[in-house]
Ligand binder design. Structure first.
Ligand SMILES: Nc1ncnc2c1ncn2[C@@H]1O[C@H](COP(=O)(O)OP(=O)(O)O)[C@@H](O)[C@H]1O
Ligand SMILES: [Mg+2]
Length: 483
């Protein structure tokens, strides 16, 4: 059993647990970062008493919306052989392989709703790869040809996927696109589309170096867009229905997960290959601990511990106190999964549990986190004494933008690390405190992406249990999952 208490720690110790988490091999091949934390914090925080957490309508909470974990992904040569019907017709593929140098005369610096290029690329079918193939990608020995084929696949695929995303935004009610937060995200996607479209087809190792630079830069810009999306959609709540909003956001987030997965896996593979060339192939890679961004022996209890400590630090900074937590069950379980996905889900659920605990004045009851492993799956239960969820809102907690959090913290007070009260959209900003109702629905999308599940059971008046089940990513079971 692991028990920990971080309450009443010094501010600097809080910060240290919020520092970017990074495990990087000698070659820089593997890295992942804390999704919800950034080391570049503004120290000017207003601590709040737990009683201040109560919203005006009596329901609890302040939510902390973490930035999404950043990793990027990949593909392999065999992934490129597409017998499936969704591949572009040959003439379209030929057109794309030129990478659009023919259309540079219609460059658009300002995103337009009438972009011929967007229409053209968005009309193409994207070429999904199977998770099964993805898993093989980083298996040694990596070859120069294999790496190049993956780069070329991504070079073709990215503009198509970005164009589809831009198109998704264009189909929203026009007034929604006028929202400054949503519009800023739209512009980023448009800019990434244009840059990706114009990037010459990768042919050499030198090209790949530039390509990886571009991928890393674009991923960095996109890393922190979720707070903007959350805020924008919260502000536009009245302009379209819950169902329509849900469909759009589910689709957007799935597309985002897919492309980040492909991109980060390729970047990991590229660094792995470079490390091998330089004779720096690191031991963990050699031991097959990691396949690109997939951790073959992800230690569940360690990850829970890391996330719970981060969330305690967030609570400390926000409220001046944090609940204790206890991790029990099968604490030595390891499984094969993508750490950044697990990190995101756990952080969101723990934020909810810790916040509810403080709001319900149950500071003396720790949050219990139980972990276990069954046949090919792991399970996590997060149990809090935060008062539970009122029956009349239970059906809505997985709706995007549904929250019971008082919005004083959003509208009236500039959030730490931002000058205008926006939700910390820049990478240098403080982990945002939101209350925009994105934590549960987004965690659900992440959990279900590889066939897992997320459920909440409430004992109104006492507390809540959140259950997460995740399949270990095994090759045999992943043949049909397409990315
Ligand atoms: N552990 C919990 N205890 C009580 N209420 C919860 C808990 N988890 C979620 N909720 C309810 O579900 C709502 C939606 O949660 P979420 O999607 O994370 O958004 P947010 O945290 O931004 O409000 C919360 O506002 C809260 O009312
Ligand atoms: Mg939340």
């Amino acid at each position: 059993m692991i028990a920990a208490s971080l309450t009443k720690r010094s501010y600097s110790s809080s910060l240290s647990s919020l520092l970017l988490f990074r495990k990087q091999t000698a070659a820089g091949f593997w890295k992942w970062r804390s999704l919800s934390c950034n080391s570049n914090h503004n120290h000017n925080h207003n601590h709040k008493d737990a009683k201040d957490i109560e919203s005006s309508n009596g329901s609890s909470s302040i939510a902390i919306l973490g930035s999404e974990i950043s990793y990027d992904s990949l593909t392999k040569k065999e992934l490129l052989t597409d017998a499936d019907a969704s591949s572009p017709a040959p003439h379209r593929r030929a057109m794309l392989s030129q990478h659009d140098q023919t259309t540079s005369d219609s460059d658009q610096t300002e995103p337009s709703f009438y972009s011929e290029n967007i229409d053209r690329y968005a009309a193409l079918n994207h070429q999904p790869v199977t998770l099964h193939s993805l898993l093989h990608m980083c298996e040694p020995p990596l070859t120069r040809e294999g790496l190049l084929a993956n780069a070329q696949y991504l070079c073709r695929e990215r503009p198509v996927r970005y164009a589809k995303r831009v198109k998704l935004f264009q189909r929203l009610p026009y007034i929604v696109n006028l929202n400054p937060h949503i519009n800023s995200v739209y512009k980023i996607y448009f800019a990434n589309f244009e840059e990706s479209r114009k990037f010459p087809m990768v042919q050499s190792t030198q090209d790949q170096e530039k390509f990886v630079d571009m991928l890393a830069r674009q991923s960095r810009v996109l890393r922190d867009i979720m707070p903007d999306i959350a805020r924008g959609f919260y502000e536009c709540k009245s302009y379209f229905g819950t169902e329509e909003r849900g469909q759009f956001l589910d689709q957007l987030i799935k597309m985002r997960i897919g492309l980040r997965l492909l991109t980060s896996q390729y970047i990991a593979q590229y660094h792995q290959y470079q490390a091998t060339l330089n004779g720096e192939y690191d031991r963990e890679t050699e031991n097959q601990r990691f396949q690109g961004i997939i951790d073959n022996r992800l230690h569940l209890a360690d990850m829970v511990h890391l996330c719970a400590q981060s969330v305690q630090a967030m609570c400390d900074m926000t409220y001046g106190e944090a609940p204790d937590f206890v991790i029990d069950g099968q604490t030595d379980v390891t499984f094969r999964y993508i750490p950044s996905h697990l990190h995101y889900i756990l952080t969101e659920l723990l934020k909810n549990a810790f916040r509810a605990t403080l709001a319900n004045h149950a500071r003396d009851t720790p949050v219990f986190i139980t972990v276990s492993q069954g046949s090919g799956r792991v399970a996590i239960r997060i149990r809090d004494a935060g008062g539970g969820i009122p029956l009349h809102i239970h059906d809505r907690i997985f709706d995007y933008s549904f929250t019971t959090v008082a919005h004083r913290s959003i509208d009236d007070e500039p959030l730490p690390g931002s000058t205008d009260g926006t939700l910390g959209a820049s990478s240098g900003a403080q982990p945002p405190i939101a209350g925009l109702g994105f934590g549960l629905p987004m965690s659900k999308v992440y959990a279900e992406y590889f066939g897992g599940s997320l459920n909440l059971i409430s004992m109104e008046g006492y507390g809540c249990d959140a259950f997460v089940e995740l399949p270990s990513i095994e090759i045999t079971k992943t043949r049909k999952i397409q990315i």
